[in-house]
Design a protein around this ligand. Structure first.
Ligand SMILES: [Mg+2]
Length: 361
């Protein structure tokens, strides 16, 4: 008998950060999780995005009715309807984050109705996914930066990422202090969040390479595709350029690939959807470019075990903290990797509603 989505629930939670957190170009002191529950035959699918509370309003007022009554197995049909609803609202940004939360809930619901782990529904490419520790905000003292990055390395996570791009004069010394803390073996990655101009980025690439930095994320603003290509082509040997976290649709990923902007693509399923993440993976496969997931580590675990071109998953400090607090079923890294719990259905996550109450908007 046909399944249908019988009920749609949406909630938004505002979680303050430990302290104001800056990167190269932004400053934030809170994170909003928009959470969706879809119900069918007594089974509940759960999805979420890190977005703005207005994404919850859009789901409540418009997107929810587009999936209500539909077969949750027909994810491509739901995907077309949800994307179609954004035509006049703009097919990126907050609207797409709302679509992404509903899409994640649909995938989870489908897997739970079939009593399968999500990775088994999608088809597994690997048993676990390597992670990298990610934090190192530009406001951290050298001591705090060193303790955070070294802490991950001590836990067996052999690659770590820090923020740069706020103060080009101070960044080389911050990066050198990070290298001293993590030792010569660990992989050191930097993310400028588009904070440098083209030639500044090239100059810093050489200084970072002297500290063994192997990953330079968004050296220039992500819309400057010629600039990304320039840095990628002229960066020292052994340094990869990455970008893609602001990708809301397949066309964005295609443009980065076709213009030769990245050595490694990034994609974020809380922005492009689980469906969009798989689309990005197919494009990366065609271009022979590896893929790395951005933020929301708990949500990406099963997708990263299923998508063939995935190299690793970003184990982002803020979201690790939020997901440990608000979600049940979160997996902790073992030997620098995350292994999905295959005894659980769907992505294996559920919202701790009692815990979440105090953050409700
Ligand atoms: Mg980034």
């Amino acid at each position: 008998m046909r399944n249908t989505v019988e009920r749609v629930e949406v909630m938004a939670y505002r979680i303050p950060t430990e302290e104001p957190e800056p990167d190269g170009t932004c400053l934030w002191d809170e994170t909003v999780m928009v959470a969706v529950h879809l119900y069918s035959k007594g089974v509940r699918g759960f999805g979420y995005s890190y977005a703005h509370a207005s994404a919850a309003t859009l789901i409540r007022d418009r997107l929810g009715e587009l999936v209500r009554g539909r077969d949750p197995f027909d994810i491509p049909g739901c995907w077309l309807a949800l994307n179609g609803a954004l035509r006049n609202l703009g097919d990126a940004g907050i609207g797409m984050m709302a679509v992404a939360a509903v899409d994640a809930a649909l995938w989870d619901l489908k897997a739970r109705l079939l009593e399968l782990p999500l990775v088994s529904l999608m088809g597994g490419a690997r048993e676990s996914v390597p992670v990298y520790g990610s934090g190192g905000f530009t406001s951290y003292t050298v001591d705090k930066l060193q303790r955070q990055l070294a802490g991950w390395v001590e836990c067996g996570i052999g690659r770590v990422k820090m923020k740069v791009g706020r103060d080009a004069g101070a960044d080389p010394e911050r990066v050198a202090s990070a290298r001293r803390a993590i030792g010569p073996e660990a992989e050191l990655m930097v993310d400028a969040n588009g904070g440098y101009a083209r030639k500044e980025a090239l100059r810093l690439a050489r200084l970072f390479a002297a500290q063994g930095v192997t990953w330079f994320e968004e050296p220039v603003p992500h819309r400057d595709r010629e600039g990304l290509r320039l840095v990628r082509d002229l960066a020292p040997e052994g340094m990869e350029v990455s970008c893609g976290e602001y990708g809301f649709n397949a066309r964005y990923f295609l443009d980065l690939l076709r213009d030769g902007c990245v050595d490694v693509m990034q994609a974020d399923a809380t922005r492009c959807g689980v469906t969009g993440f798989l689309e990005a993976a197919s494009l990366c496969r065609a271009w022979q470019i590896p893929l790395s997931s951005h933020c929301a580590p708990a949500l990406h675990l099963h997708l990263c075990c299923a998508a063939a071109p995935v190299r690793h998953l970003e184990y982002f400090h803020d979201h690790v903290r939020i997901e440990r607090t608000l979600l049940e079923g979160v997996i902790e890294p073992r030997d620098g990797a995350l292994f999905p719990d295959l005894t659980r259905h769907g992505h294996g996550l559920s919202l701790r509603e009692d815990e979440a109450k105090r953050f409700e908007i």
